[in-house]
Write a protein that binds this ligand. Structure first.
Ligand code: FMN
Length: 388
């Protein structure tokens, strides 16, 4: 059962993206500058294309917030596409005067995109409709919603952070502390290991020079998330299943693992499971956190840790083969302005979707019409299980 729900609408080159975020308790302080800061973080990172310098994303709050605080009503968030002016006729709502088409129809589907599947599914002669909505530009709307979820989690003492642990086959150690956040943000690839970051930059530059692209892995960590969220009683309530669904809903994400992840499959149980301990101040806990903060579908109170793998960007400057729809002629795929690597940026999107899911699971468990109700319920639960 979802308390916090959101939907997005809008095209990549249309007027902008709209999100409706429903279920936010009343009384949450919403700082527009903080939402804009998250939008800005999504636009940065070595390997991104020219578009990011055209648009400095800003949110307009069109509903649900009054005098800086949520009212309990749905939030309406709008992020304008600054590039829209150059696309007016192509994406106009009204049909072109005199009939016909305002732009040359796109008929060559790009491999690794929704282009072919979408054109067949919706019976389109022009792939433009697919390109516009399947574009990862939509993730800006999710980041705006995620910024609100982050503000809600902050009320519970929870911070969601991320860092890059692999790009183009160059790897860095997983694991980060709250104190590492500044170093991660200062890195051009959001990697806290400076030497690995240099090699990652080189891998991106080499791919760019070859007309190719690279993917990678991002680790997301939620510090301070309360214990007791999620459940084992139904599969869809399990916290891992909820988070996996949210993470895999991000374009280009092809895999997710929690805690030790796939490495757990090769290790003996004695080196996988976390011994249980008790402390008079902190109540029950675990000696280690190899489970990644979730056992039996329920948060343990330890940091929630997951890693997500991003495939390389699909649009290549040295294009792959394709087929023109209609004529079935073999042609080279089209190149449309594109990133070489968006792994640093996807970390911000992942933080947003993880924050939304964790906030939703917390609201499901602890409820509350106001932020004060929620904070009080979490505090009462912590006391009941013996935390001081
Ligand atoms: C933040 C972000 C930026 C992206 N930028 C691009 C891009 O510039 N060019 C591109 O071809 N794909 C880009 N992608 C990936 C595509 O959106 C995605 O791979 C594509 O829509 C196909 O969907 P699928 O990966 O779910 O199969 C980006 C993804 C994200 C999350």
């Amino acid at each position: 059962m979802s308390r916090l729900r959101y939907l997005t609408a809008g095209e990549s080159h249309g007027p902008g993206l709209t999100a409706v975020l429903d279920g936010v308790p009343a009384g949450l302080r919403v700082d527009v500058a903080a939402v804009d800061a998250e939008l800005g973080r999504r636009q940065r990172g070595h390997g991104r294309g020219a578009r990011q310098s055209i648009e400095q994303d800003r949110v307009r709050v069109l509903g649900g917030v009054r005098h800086g605080r949520t009212t309990g009503a749905p939030l309406a968030l709008f992020v304008a596409n600054r590039d829209a002016a150059n696309w007016g006729d192509v994406l106009a709502v009204e049909p072109p005067e005199g009939g016909g088409s305002a732009a040359e129809p796109v008929r060559v589907p790009r491999p690794g995109h929704a282009d072919l599947g979408g054109a067949l599914l919706y019976d389109l002669d022009d792939i433009r409709d697919v390109i516009e909505r399947a574009s990862a530009r939509e993730t800006a709307a999710r980041v705006a919603c995620g910024a609100v979820a982050k503000a809600l989690l902050a009320e519970l003492g929870c911070v969601v952070a991320s860092h890059v642990v692999a790009i183009g086959g160059v790897t860095a150690e997983s694991g980060m502390d709250r104190e590492d956040v500044a170093a991660v943000e200062a890195s051009p690839v959001r990697c806290r290991d400076g030497a690995a970051a240099c090699r990652m930059v080189a891998a991106i530059d080499a791919a760019a020079a070859a007309g190719d692209t690279v993917g990678g892995v991002v680790e997301v960590i939620a510090f301070g998330y309360p214990p007791g969220a999620g459940s084992y009683v139904q599969g869809d309530l399990r916290l891992r299943s909820r988070l996996a669904r949210a993470v895999l809903a991000v374009p280009a994400i092809v895999g997710v693992e929690f805690g030790l992840g796939f490495a757990a499959a090769a290790a003996p149980g004695s080196r996988v499971h976390d011994p249980i301990v008790h402390d008079d101040e902190r109540g029950y806990g675990r000696e280690s956190n190899r489970a990644g903060g979730i056992e039996g579908g329920i948060s343990t109170g330890a940091p929630v840790v997951l890693r997500a793998a991003m495939k390389p960007i699909s649009t290549l400057r040295e294009p792959l083969g394709s087929v023109e729809m209609g004529t079935h002629r073999r042609v080279e795929s089209r190149f449309e302005r594109s990133d070489v690597c968006a792994v640093p940026a996807v970390g911000i999107v992942l933080e947003a979707v993880v924050a939304l899911e964790l906030a939703d699971a917390a609201l499901d468990r602890f409820g509350g019409a106001t932020v004060g109700d929620l904070v009080a319920a979490v505090g009462a639960y912590r006391r009941r299980i013996g935390e001081r």
